[in-house]
Design a protein around this ligand. Structure first.
Ligand code: SF4
Length: 397
């Protein structure tokens, strides 16, 4: 008979962070929100949000990402993708408070691009991005050491997706690289390869979304899948041999979006069978096989513009976040455009969804009462290098 041994169980930080019960201010993932929030059942929430916003007047500028809930979007002064919103924030130097209804990395980018006297507020500090969390500063520094030892770092230009922490943006700026979005990834890669290595053997280290990197390299730059290797930060040497690193043109970080990564070839096949004549339009954060099977591919802004220009009677299956797809379906319903979600299962971005009306009301009322809450502030050194990388993106040809 065996006697039960006491279990040496350590709390898993990840689980606690996901539950919003632990704090990790350096993480995108979970930082406890200290607020005394109004109850979601409070029937006056809409009136309270409106009143607080009125009290603040021009002192506040509310940004709403396309993936936010309708109840929050209703109070946004502007809506857009992460890049558009960062630019919108920068274009309002008179606003004392920028309330960012989005996720942590977006609020950081807004802080980097706005003046020192402006304060950026994230209504729920636990609204992070799982993709951005897949590349930490320590892991990326270790990767650079691996590239240096393999003799390829000098020829490598980092290109980081907007969906990354300020630390990763700063690494990118420090090492001569640029930031990109899903709208300008092609131009960013062309620019990076044009920087050239010492022997014309330039490589790109693409962070943190392997799918956007691969899709852009293969679809837009005509590379082969074999030109791309995946660096796994959880394996020694990234799980790659020196020869593989030397032969690669694109070194893709092993990160992905948990929302767009859910779409599969089966989703595309099933929707084509269900809706004859349907156009499949997906975001480039989807897997390569999904992008290859789709009819059209593009950023969130591109998806919106495509649907605006679509003829009456057309049918569309959209592979992106559900809040946006639902809003677009409602918006175009009276124009005889059939718009459905690409997958059968519900697929919200759970961290985007953390910003709800109670959090927004709490943030706005606190600001109106003179209490600055949930401020997102990037330290000056990180900010200066991250800004360098962002400015390189802004000056891309
Ligand atoms: S949709 Fe994906 S990339 Fe965007 S915030 Fe959510 S997890 Fe991050």
């Amino acid at each position: 008979m065996t006697t039960a041994q006491p279990l040496d169980v350590q709390p898993t930080p990840l689980a606690l962070l996901l539950l919003g019960r632990e704090s990790d201010p350096r993480s995108e993932r979970g930082v406890e929100c200290p607020g005394d929030l109004p109850a979601p059942s409070d029937p006056d929430l809409v009136a309270r949000a409106r009143a607080a916003k009125e009290r603040l007047g021009d002192r506040v500028f509310v940004l709403g990402h396309h993936y936010q809930r309708d109840e929050v979007i209703e109070f946004a002064d502007v809506t857009g993708d992460s890049f558009k919103l960062a630019r919108d924030a920068a274009a309002r130097p008179d606003a004392e408070f920028i309330v960012f209804c989005g996720v942590h990395f977006m609020a950081e980018s807004a802080d980097i691009l706005t003046g020192d006297d402006q304060r950026v507020i994230l209504p729920d500090l636990a609204a992070g991005c799982s993709m951005a969390d897949m590349a930490t500063a320590e892991q990326v520094a270790e990767c650079w050491d691996v590239l240096t030892e393999a003799g390829v770092a000098e020829a490598t230009v980092p290109v980081s997706y907007m969906n990354s922490s300020a630390d990763i943006k700063a690494f990118t700026g420090k090492h001569g690289g640029t930031i990109c979005t899903s709208s300008n990834a092609r131009r960013a890669l062309e620019w990076a390869f044009a920087q050239g290595g010492p022997a014309g053997d330039a490589k790109v280290l693409f962070l943190p979304d392997q799918h956007l990197g691969r899709n852009t390299a293969v679809r837009d730059l005509g590379m082969s899948l074999e030109d791309c290797v995946v660096y796994n930060p959880h394996k020694p040497g990234g799980g790659l041999t020196v020869e593989e690193l030397r032969a690669a043109k694109m070194i893709l970080w092993r990160g992905h979006c948990s929302v767009h990564g859910r779409f599969s070839l089966e989703s595309v096949r099933a929707v084509r069978e269900r809706i004859p004549g349907v156009n499949v339009l997906v975001h480039p954060e989807c897997k390569h096989e999904v992008v290859a099977a789709a009819d059209y591919v593009g950023s969130t802004e591109h998806i919106i513009q495509t649907l605006e220009a679509a003829p009456a009677g057309s049918k569309w299956a959209i592979g992106t976040e559900l809040n946006l797809v639902r809003r677009l379906a409602n918006r175009f319903a009276d124009q005889d455009k059939e718009i459905v979600f690409l997958d059968k299962t519900v697929c919200f971005c759970s961290t985007m969804n953390r910003i709800d009306l109670p959090h927004l009301v709490w943030a706005l009322e606190s600001l109106a009462d003179g209490k600055v809450v949930n401020r997102i502030e990037v330290d000056p050194e990180t900010e200066s290098f991250a800004k360098l990388a962002l400015e390189r993106m802004l000056s891309l040809p």
